[in-house]
Ligand binder design. Structure first.
Ligand SMILES: Cc1ncc(COP(=O)(O)O)c(C=O)c1O
Length: 457
């Protein structure tokens, strides 16, 4: 079965999506009434229809939706959904810290002392001790002068890039950079240029050609790529930023707790001085068991964000118990490097075992993210659904999040996973994948036959 055939269903689906039911108004005279009430109906939104079509296709193919499932209790190496226990490979809690007595105690103390909310933005309604305690610890982790924590990791990237870079500037980012980085670059008004994933020579060439045309230039990458599980060449990026007089920003969302002997991230992994990076960004929602994001670097940059970045200035301060949770998680991470070692061990084991069984693990380096490349969105969704029915919870990553041919299952490892659990799930994938391919091929053939019959009628 050719790749073309495999994709036919999705292509048809997309063709339907691109058919707008309402033509764009020709001029200002087109009154809302001329659209038969559609202008005021969310039901008519192309995006609403898109979701409906996705759901209809999933139903037609008998694919369980694995989105928005309600979990009960702590989601670690296992999780409970609707009373059934699953092997869980979809948690960001890399070091299994969530729910630790020490973190819970810090949360309760902050809650009892400060309540559940900061009750307004920090500049105007004031800070609480957990805010600064967290930021000081994060700054210390990078040996940076200061740090500021935002209430959302995604918003941290958006508002940081927006605030620091402007129209006459250039933002170059790895082509696999997270959506929040791209959104921030778009929003900033700077000129944007992606460079080929992890290709420092391509970046050098791009900067040689372009850097001179712009006032300031920002290079953005991730410490550990969230879809592929590979790392950038940080020492070389630092050289390039110096050579071309740029700023360098690294998003450590998936690197903290995972890379380096004590989980300090990509700088520790390479043994380079963190001062080589101008903007250290990270999220609190993964290893650090909270919610929000941070930026660490020089005091002037941090102050600029605190006084001017709209997503900080005009937004509520982090809930004090959440700040206390992340501070306690960071303390535990630094104090218990055996957790980091256990994660690195199981990540490596998973990669080697999966490769040994002939699975395509893409670019993964075996840190904490191991994708299994499946080849098409339909196959990835069917495979994840079949695994779910057999007690394994892993999320398919499908188009448009990744290219269609790069559809995959993405396995997140945690320090709690055992080798036995890894073997169990890899063996299951090896057993199921050929059956999934056959099932999808048969269904597509059936569908093609149906289409041919329709054309004859
Ligand atoms: C690389 C990267 N940056 C930023 C974010 C956004 O962080 P958050 O989910 O904490 O808002 C994510 C989310 O997973 C991410 O993977």
């Amino acid at each position: 079965m050719s790749d073309q055939n495999k994709q036919s269903l999705l292509e048809k689906m997309r063709a339907k999506l691109s058919t707008r039911t309402t033509p764009a108004p020709a001029g200002r005279e087109a009154a809302p009434a001329a659209h038969g009430g559609e202008a005021c109906s969310f039901k008519q939104f192309a995006d609403v229809k898109k979701i409906q079509i996705h759901k209809a296709v999933a139903k037609q193919w008998n694919i369980d939706s694995l989105y928005f499932l309600c979990h009960d209790g702590l989601a670690r190496d296992t999780t409970t959904i609707d009373g059934r226990e699953y092997l869980n490979f979809s948690t960001y809690d890399y070091l299994g810290l969530n729910g630790s007595p020490e973190i819970n105690a810090a949360v309760v103390e902050a809650l009892e002392r400060h309540g559940s909310t900061a009750s307004g933005s920090r500049p105007t309604s004031g800070e609480r001790p957990p805010h600064r305690a967290l930021e000081r610890s994060l700054a210390a982790m990078y040996n940076a002068e200061d740090c500021v924590a935002f209430v959302s990791g995604h918003a941290t990237n958006v508002w940081t890039i927006y605030q620091l870079f402007k129209k006459r500037d250039l933002v170059v980012y790895d082509s696999l950079a997270h959506n929040s980085i791209i959104q921030g670059a778009q929003f900033s008004g700077a000129v944007r240029m992606p460079y080929a994933h992890n290709d420092v020579e391509a970046l050098d060439t791009l900067l040689t050609a372009e850097r001179g045309h712009y006032k300031r230039c920002l290079i953005v990458t991730e410490g550990l790529f969230s879809m592929d599980g590979d790392t950038p060449n940080l020492p070389r990026l630092i050289e390039l930023k110096k050579k071309h007089q740029c700023f360098l920003m690294v998003d450590e969302a998936h690197a903290v707790g995972v890379l380096g002997a004590t989980g300090r991230g990509i700088a520790e992994h390479y043994g380079v001085d963190p001062a080589g990076v101008d903007i250290w960004m990270g999220t609190l929602s993964k290893t650090l068991c909270g919610c929000g994001g941070y930026v660490a670097g020089c005091a002037e940059m941090v102050e600029c964000l605190k006084y001017l970045a709209p997503g900080f200035l005009y937004s509520v301060g982090m809930s004090p118990p959440v700040a206390a949770a992340s501070k306690a998680a960071l303390d535990m991470m630094l104090r218990e490097p055996q957790r980091v070692r256990a994660l690195q061990d199981i990540g490596r084991y998973c990669l080697d075992y999966a490769r040994g069984k002939g699975l395509d693990t893409g670019r993964s380096e075996g840190h904490s993210i191991v994708p299994v490349m499946v080849g098409s969105s339909i196959e990835a969704a069917v495979l994840a659904s079949r695994l779910f029915s057999k007690g394994v919870y892993v999320i398919p990553i499908i188009f448009p999040v990744v290219e269609e041919r790069a559809a995959r299952l993405r396995f997140f490892l945690s320090s709690h996973h055992t080798r036995e659990q890894v073997r169990q799930v890899v063996d299951l994938v090896v057993q199921e994948l050929p059956q999934v391919r056959e099932q999808v091929a048969a269904m597509l053939e059936e569908q093609q036959q149906g289409d041919a019959n329709d054309m004859q009628d």
